[in-house]
Design a protein around this ligand. Structure first.
Ligand SMILES: Nc1nc2c(ncn2[C@@H]2O[C@H](COP(=O)(O)OP(=O)(O)OP(=O)(O)O)[C@@H](O)[C@H]2O)c(=O)[nH]1
Length: 662
């Protein structure tokens, strides 16, 4: 359990923490000299059950609200202090706004310095406080009245705090700690401290430092020593203050705002979709384009607001004071954030707390971000239980979801992922990603897969109706027509599924409905028969239209139109303009290409392919480029990578081996 203080400067936060714990959290010489808190302070109190309650003491100065926020995101419960003599002051209001907007479950209100007020004053203050709390969600908060230096009321408050139930935390989350301090200690090395936001950590664990520097992999560290709630331990968990002694990181690598996380949680976000509420006391609506300070964990970054949807029916372009809505935060620099994380927005001048809520999706899309489709996904992401979120998302996401990336964004531990994967219905379409494609596997819900298949087949039927003379579009073209935004692996899985069910046929790169068989006219048939031996003889070199016309004694224009139609029908392959290959020859070349794949990554080695085929360099490259075009491989920079799940030229779906019309 982590309890935090909040309240206006000089209202007695540090004094109260000292009275409860015996620890003076103002450690810095400057804090001592000026009598104010500048940094977060930490203290601990035995809970009487063998455990400890951690305290985070925050500064009350108006210029230090960002520091207060770094401490507040890790709190389970807050003590909001109001000095009896001063009464409700600006940072009383602002800290209350922060705690309310963070969605903190518990708050206790404490009137301090009661020795400085008479009964009438206290009476008036109680009324002022009731007014303050109205609308904050903390109207029912317990209230205590203390004079800490004299010990008045402190024991009753202590008993109340000891009786608080620990905050419920979602299970199955990977470890993460929001760093609020880093230093180096003789004999220990680099130490990072913070509140554990989720999961647990043990001595010897490997952790990542997030977000990584631009263009770099996250730095790694191993936990050499571990303190939780100020005691040496083997293991620490969510809801504890923790100090980690780290091997592999220098002190200057680590700073407030970063996160130490379990390796499976590696991410970095510059766009967050969040559900948040504009503070009711704001005078103006929140609009798209508003620059803000975004506070997440112990981090603060600048960003811009894009309103996606307001839950108040009146408007979807802005968020009215007190209204909840979905907002995209476009950040100037990356942060590490996961679904469910608390977020608070302050204005660009950092003078006011504006809004707060929770992250729905830390991997938010830049485009199509407020389409009805996307809003339906956000509604799914807002459900309280992770398994319901997954189920609802699969029912909504017509473009599928990347399982690995999604589970990471949800902050799930390795074990929780395995559990959840087992609960996935068997009807979900699963698609592996190629070795060099990010994430995976991809999932597509049953209904989405069915309607996509139906749509794709309808597009194919329309294509046939429009181009009856063609066998069909090549698979890549078909995808662009039917489902341009669908992730490639899902499209491939869909096509394989349709082939397996017999709803689709493929010849070469061409897809067609089974009913749309090949109807060659008599002239094309004759040309096909005449050129067959010449194409055979030409082998891997292929035959040019002009040479075929000459060899077969067919007028060149007639030969050219027939060849084009035979290629459209999938019986021939046109590798470059006017250069044709028989289908069986191409199947043999594809087999050689598959054999020339390098050990690492599926790379088709041009040199190996050239040697295996005996072709010249130029022709070998032309053929590899043809393979890219039809989808056997894909171009990655200067090389060609085999698509491991491509069935092209594997013999099964390439028509009959003779290359004759069916
Ligand atoms: N008379 C009286 N003085 C108090 C009481 N509590 C705190 N003080 C005094 O008020 C002053 C400010 O107290 P702190 O505990 O430092 O206040 P704070 O809220 O921690 O201040 P910041 O962290 O800087 O915002 C100190 O001089 C305390 O001795 C109290 O109950 N009665």
């Amino acid at each position: 359990m982590i309890i935090g203080t909040a309240g206006h400067i000089d209202h007695g936060k540090t004094t109260l923490v000292r009275a409860l714990t015996g620890v003076d959290t103002d450690r810095l010489p400057e804090e001592k000299k000026r009598g104010i808190s500048i940094e977060l302070g930490y203290a601990f109190m035995d809970d009487g059950r063998g455990g400890r309650i951690g305290f985070v003491d925050v500064p009350g100065h108006e210029r230090l609200v960002h520091t207060m926020l770094a401490g507040a995101t890790g709190m389970d419960h807050a003590l909001l202090l109001v000095a009896a003599d001063d009464g409700v002051m600006p940072q009383t209001r602002e800290h209350l706004a922060v705690l309310s907007l963070l969605g903190l479950d518990g708050l206790t209100l404490v009137i301090t310095k009661c020795d400085r007020a008479d009964a009438a004053r206290l009476q008036a203050l109680r009324a002022e406080i009731a007014e303050l709390l109205a609308g904050s969600g903390f109207e029912q908060a317990a209230q205590f009245e203390v004079a800490a230096p004299a010990g008045l009321g402190v024991e009753a408050l202590r008993a109340h705090l000891l009786a608080l139930a620990p905050a419920a935390r979602p299970e199955g989350r990977g470890f993460r700690l929001a760093v609020d301090r880093a230093f180096s200690l003789d004999g220990v090395g680099t130490v990072a401290t913070g509140s554990i936001h989720a999961g647990q950590v043990s001595l010897g664990d490997e952790l990542l430092l997030l977000p990584p520097a631009a263009g770099q992999a996250p730095k790694r560290a191993r936990v050499r020593s571990l303190h939780a709630q100020n005691q040496q331990v083997q293991q620490a968990q969510a809801g504890q203050r923790c100090a980690l002694g780290l091997v592999g990181l220098d002190k200057q690598d680590v700073a407030r705002g970063q996160v130490l996380a379990a390796p499976e949680l590696a991410l970095s976000s510059e766009r967050l979709d969040v559900r948040l509420r504009l503070w009711p006391a704001e005078s103006k609506a929140l609009r798209s384009g508003t620059p803000v300070h975004v506070h997440l964990g112990s981090a603060t970054v600048m960003g811009t607001v894009a309103i996606l949807h307001s839950e108040a029916a009146s408007s979807s372009d802005s968020l009215a004071p007190g209204a909840w809505g979905w907002v995209q935060l476009v950040l100037r620099e990356p942060v590490a954030a996961w679904a469910g994380d608390r977020v608070v927005l302050r204005d660009a001048a950092a003078s006011r707390t504006l809004a707060g809520g929770r992250v729905l999706d830390p991997a938010a899309p830049a485009r199509y971000r407020r389409t009805p489709q996307r809003l339906a996904e956000l509604a799914a992401l807002q459900l309280p239980l992770v398994k319901d979120r997954l189920q609802a998302l699969l029912a909504q996401a017509t473009l599928g979801l990347n399982w690995g990336a999604w589970a990471t964004a949800q902050g799930l531990s390795e074990a929780a992922r395995q559990d959840l994967a087992l609960q996935l219905p068997a009807t979900v379409l699963r698609a592996k990603s190629a070795a060099d494609e990010a994430g995976g596997p991809w999932l597509l819900g049953e209904a989405a897969a069915a309607s996509l298949a139906q749509h794709a087949l309808a597009v194919l039927a329309a294509y046939h109706a429009q181009s009856p003379d063609e066998l069909g579009p090549d698979v890549a073209r078909w995808r662009r027509l039917a489902a341009p935004r669908l992730p490639e692996p899902l499209w491939r899985a869909l096509v394989q599924g349709l082939l397996a069910e017999g709803k689709l046929q493929q010849r070469g790169a061409m897809a067609h409905l089974p009913a749309h068989g090949l109807q060659l006219n008599a002239a094309d048939e004759r040309v096909a028969q005449r050129i067959a031996p010449w194409l055979d003889k030409a082998g891997f070199e292929g035959a040019w239209a002009r040479d075929l016309a000459r060899d077969c004694q067919t007028p060149e224009p007639l030969m050219r139109t027939s060849l084009a139609r035979l290629a459209q029908s999938g019986l021939l392959h046109q590798v470059v303009k006017d250069l044709y290959y028989a289908a069986p020859v191409m199947t043999r070349l594809a087999a050689l290409a598959r054999q020339s794949v390098g050990a690492e990554g599926q790379e088709l080695k041009a040199a190996a392919f050239r040697d295996a085929s005996g072709l010249g360099r130029k022709r070998a490259i032309q053929i590899l480029e043809y393979f890219d075009r039809v989808g056997l491989s894909r171009r990655v920079g200067d090389s060609h990578k085999l698509r491991p799940d491509s069935l092209l030229f594997s013999g099964e779906n390439d028509g009959d081996e003779e290359g004759r019309p069916a």
